[in-house]
Design a protein around this ligand. Structure first.
Ligand code: ZN
Length: 114
């Protein structure tokens, strides 16, 4: 994956050095080397690595794509949203405990849930 999009290794010269274009960001699975083809215009990968893909268009296609990418379905956006709400409530209860003197010492680690 590209870390610095404007670094020199992300560009190659094509058409005998007459044009400078973005290099494909795909990595070969067998050699672990980066693809040497130019990326398609407005894309970050070449035509062989999905540059021609328009992605799923229809609702049926989007649902098939989501089904193919779902590993187990236990970690969804809804589950994460509910967990964040529960952690925010727990944090408020913890703050009340500290204010009342029921709790002492360290507070729970991690960022404050929103
Ligand atoms: Zn490529």
């Amino acid at each position: 994956m590209i870390d610095q999009p404007d670094s020199a290794e992300n560009f190659i010269l094509a058409y005998g050095g007459r044009t400078r274009c973005r290099r494909c960001a795909a990595k070969c699975k067998s050699t672990q080397e980066r693809c040497r083809a130019p990326a398609m215009a407005g894309r970050r990968v070449c035509r062989l690595h999905g540059g021609k893909s328009t992605g799923p268009r229809s609702d049926e296609g989007r649902s098939r794509c989501a089904g193919a990418k779902t590993v187990h379905g236990r970690e969804t956006r809804e589950v994460r949203r509910k967990r964040a709400i529960a952690l925010a409530e727990l944090r408020q209860i913890e703050e009340i405990g500290f204010e009342c003197g029921l709790l002492e010492g360290r507070r729970s680690p991690g960022p404050k849930p929103r």
